[in-house]
Design a protein around this ligand. Sequence first.
Ligand SMILES: Nc1ncnc2c1ncn2[C@@H]1O[C@H](COP(=O)(O)OP(=O)(O)OP(=O)(O)O)[C@@H](O)[C@H]1O
Length: 704
Amino acid sequence: MHKDAAIYIRNANKSYGDKVVLHNFCMTLPKGAIYGLLGASGCGKTTLLSCVVGRRLFNSGELWVLGGKPGTKGSGVPGPRVGYMPQEIALVGEFTVSDAMFYFGRLANMKDSRIRSHFQELKELLDLPPDDRYIKNCSGGQQRRVSFAVALIHKPELLILDEPTVGVDPVLRDRIWKYLIEITQKQNISVIITTHYIEETRQANLIGLMRGGKLLAEDSPDRLLRYFNTNNLEEVFLILSRQQETGNLNLPEVQDTSQFNSNCSIDTIYQETNASAEVLTSPKKKVKEEQISSLSVNRHRLKALMGKNWKQFYRNVSGWVFLLFFPVLEILAFLYAVGPDIKDIPIAVVNDENMNICGNFVLGESVMAYDSGSCHFHNLSCRFLTYLDNPMMKTTTVDSLPEALDGIRHGKYVGALYFAENYTSAAEERFNAGTDAGDDDLNFSQIKTYLDMSNRQIGYTVKYKLLDLYMKFQKSIFSDCDFLPKYADLPINFLKPVFGEEGEHFTEFMAPGILITLSFFSGTLLTSQIILTDRLEGIWDRSTVGGVTSIEITITHFILQFCVVIIQNFEIFLLAFWYYGLTSVGSFVILYFMVILQGIVGMACGFWISVVSNNHSMANIVATGTFYPMILLCGVLWPLEGQPEFLRIFSKCLPFTIPTQAFRNVFMKGWGIDHMEVINGVGIALVWFILLLSLSVYRLKNTQ
Ligand SMILES: Nc1ncnc2c1ncn2[C@@H]1O[C@H](COP(=O)(O)OP(=O)(O)OP(=O)(O)O)[C@@H](O)[C@H]1O
């Protein structure tokens, strides 16, 4: 029996977590018949249909579709034997009407000429919009008709229609029903249709009335009407629902084995299909069918998918403009905002030694060394202040120290320098007397400096700069006094660095982290958005019912996105190295390879995000929630050496911590791909790629 039926279900159960949706569910759709499945919203119709087409699995129970078990090799389900129109439109908005037909026709391996002729038939029947009209520009009703036509384009043996007539004009609805009757009678096509319009199912050969995950009755509309002595199917449903509530279902007698008592229990199945019930109830004896591998790849499906992805991409102009300009904006923002010398830091100067004439101070005129071997100066404070005349600092003379400090407190100044009234004489004494200098001289010869260290970067930059300037100032004094200027140096000498350059900009330090994370993030963003859109709009599901495997979807998405990652990183490299002039001592080929690899890991991360997220907001939260901590921990913002030991180990395992270090080592030290640290960087990226991809595939398999 089950081999002869188009759909044969016995004692099926399906739950989502604790929520039971289908309970001991049974139904039979004979070949060449129309089956109207009726039930209130939420009773489990869509769930049932998604199990029938192999998108979901029953938790237990028996299911035969077109004589085979969905998902097994040779069953043809999912695949071209089935035409599926889901409840949502499930069409690519960037497709034209004609693209939609060709895409699904090609998935079913039809020749273009055959697709064209079927399309012509359907156009007339369904009054479809013009061929070149974009789906996104069609009205809701037009989109439903196109969606219906797509399900029919390859003339499947079994047509599964989830509410196809919603929002459709009554005349057209009538035409659709007539067409369904014609194809079932003439071409032996079987149809299962769910609808909210109960009365329209009078034209079906069988109807199934569903409530609370159970089938209340399954019979021909005429027999049910006669039995309940009414001419209204709504009323039949009402009576049966009331009877179900009281636990007292009273149904017409079963005519033959294909029409069974809707109180389908394990006993009735035993009588009817003994062998299969045994298989069902004793899992040990379960026959192992060869499942369709989710890894199988087919050339014509790959071609159709590539075409779809490409059209989806290039017709979404704002999308690709954003994708191409986003990295440009990001890298320019980085290059011009992170690392260049800090300028115009406001510094208050309180000079009790010489408040008035410093403004006109000219080096040489006011400095008098009165005999050789000994030094005597005027206005040394003014002489020091000439050193502050550089782009980093903008000095303002202030009358008193309290006023300067008040200015710092109110954010007017970042620092204040104070010279005592007898600064020069104290400084002279300090230089001349050396270790014999008294406390007062030591004290008054100090330039008292007050800094706002709340901005650590600026505070330390000013501090470092002042020390540097003071050394220069002191050297010049020593030189004037015929002392060896070297005496002014600290007795520690920083020679030419082994790697990098003295005074290397912060940009060079940050660049590896920025390039690596940018590539990762672009990959994540692109993949998660595109795949999630496909999933949420039902295109993924619908393509899968057409026989497309997960690996085919993954491969085709990755090919296109890989090209985008290549272009994005090319732009970034061009801007950073050619336009801005960052210089690398290592190989560009290795650097480029590393950022591309990071982009691929980002794509895998985007894939994972798209399969764990139920909507775009959740995807954004997951992306930000994972990306932000990774940035904080990867050593781009602050060296890993500052982290506690346990955290450092964790941070090193993240996707772009070691790769960033490896990139920096190639960039600044010129290490090659054979260096262990560079190998580690590549290795970690590969491990993450495999891990994220496996998690995504595992998740996909386990959400059925
Ligand atoms: N992925 C899911 N996870 C958890 N619960 C789900 C999921 N899909 C559906 N459900 C729940 O299962 C029940 C049946 O849903 P289903 O979509 O199959 O109903 P339906 O009869 O098709 O409803 P409608 O006519 O409104 O489409 C609903 O309560 C729904 O909230």
